[in-house]
Design a protein around this ligand. Sequence first.
Ligand code: OXD
Ligand code: MN
Length: 607
Amino acid sequence: MTDVQAALDAAGLTNPSVREYVEHWAGVTGAARVEVVGAADDARLIAESLEAGELLPAGEGRYYSRSYFKDTARAEQRTIVATSDEGDAGVYNNWRPAAEMKDKLIGLMTGASAGKTMYVIPYLMAPKGSKLENFAAGVQVTDNRNVVLQMIRMARVGVEYINDLGDSFVRAVHVTGDLENLGQGTPEDKRYFVTVADERTILHFGSSYGGNALLGKIAHGLRQGSYDGWKNGFLVEQFMLLGIVDKETGKRYNICGGFPSASGKTNLAMTLAPDALGDRYHVEFYGDDIAWLWVGDDGKLYGMNPENGVFGVAKDTNEKTNPTAVDSIEPGTGAIFTNVGYNTKTHEVWWEGKGPKPTDLDGWEDWKGDVIADRPADQADDAWAHPNSRFTTTLSNVPNMAADFEDPAGVEIHGVIFGGRTRDREPLIRAIHDVAEGVYDGLTLGAEATAAADGLEGVLRYDPMSMRPFMSYDEADYAAHWLEVFSRVTTKPIFAHVNWFQRGDDGRFLWPGYRENLRPLVWLMQYKNGEVSGVETPVGVIPARDELLLEGLGDQALADLDTVLTIDVDRWKQEMGYREKHLNQFAGLPEEIWEAHRRVAAALDAE
Ligand code: OXD
Ligand code: MN
């Protein structure tokens, strides 16, 4: 081991608590050397990774990488929230005692980085100067160079973010482990992804990919953040955040919201106005995955995206679904593609849903590195990209990034939306006035089970506030915390539920989605302002057909519009039974939530 203190001195890392932490983990992991990194090291680290073959070139200023093939997605069963208070155990957080998990992880990490460099990544999950800065700072140590490159894109990275923060930083320890011998998905699985929330310490062992390895994003930005928010009066959610600018009036509206996986959150976050509305409205991007929300001294709700980049799902990203994302990963952006198809000769990348599949197979390899042209006949149609393949790009590459994105004051939030994926029952949009009913709606958010064969058709897999995999404490406390935060908001945002996924009897989608989704959101803001009055239903207020801006909407969508603006009362009544069962899992749920449930049920019964 080289002299850790000398490496920290050379990097100007002066915070004594950080120095002590780094020294401690360098000792435990047995790393051969320590290197402190900042955003300015990116070009050098890229060059080193290319040289080492860990990255491959993907056109000018773009890069390609592969993870180990068994290390590709979230590992929910291996993800644990640990504290010293058993009362923190919830239905979804996989709670374990802190002492037990720390012992286990120290055991697994001891000596596990022998011979490797331990990179020290000081980071901030907020614009500098944010009032939540003390909760947003962290220092990740990792033995994986690719993780450093991903973190530089996804967070603000450098010693300047933590030198003055004393002990207010999250200790985020990542050790890759011997990926080929970890028994992923077997009873001998050795991976553990643990957030010791009451000690603000994250210990992840056994991955080099995604949220399991980039600890700023999910382990800190969501799990640790929401625990800190609970204890300190703010909210941390897996929410997108966008701004709508009305060019005619100059008014700006900011909407955040949660969507279960595969419900189009990133596409909505990065959307543009439909052509026909482009003269009047401009849409700005703030964030596609995480929002931190707090109550300002003026009684308004404020929000910010704590991230500095987009870690987007590549599959189905194209000019139609997400033109903004396509622009954000152009040559010269420094984007990194992981686990998509790759051409070793032309350095092109390809994924399912990118565009036409290349017909000339020369040079193409799939995400595992297998040569496509050599595939046996029975594998000829296998996907080229893994379904969770990703692109990583910094926010500065996003063309419609909001100008005030870096403002430490955050932006006022005017609307909070929840968007499920439901083939019937849920209208295009329904506005919800009442806070308890809004929180109730978030708690009963879900996406349809895909397994129709299990007799589950029409049954949701509930995903409260889209936080199910990231819950860090008990769900009843989570609901109470939302109500408490909102009790302090005097200028309230409006809640709404949206659904882009209604289908006709022939299975086709009844709403075109994508850029057209701006129409119901504009209606929501007009409704909030009292400019339109909507139609009352037992489950909220839906737009009257002529209140929606319909100019330029296609004929088919116009023909289907009445269907997406109706409430199927019988299906709703059936849903209320499922909801009751779902909510009954959460012992001690606040009475206001049950009252909201009963109010909606009674209104449906009265229909
Ligand atoms: C996720 C992610 O797992 O955003 O939700 O990476
Ligand atoms: Mn996410």
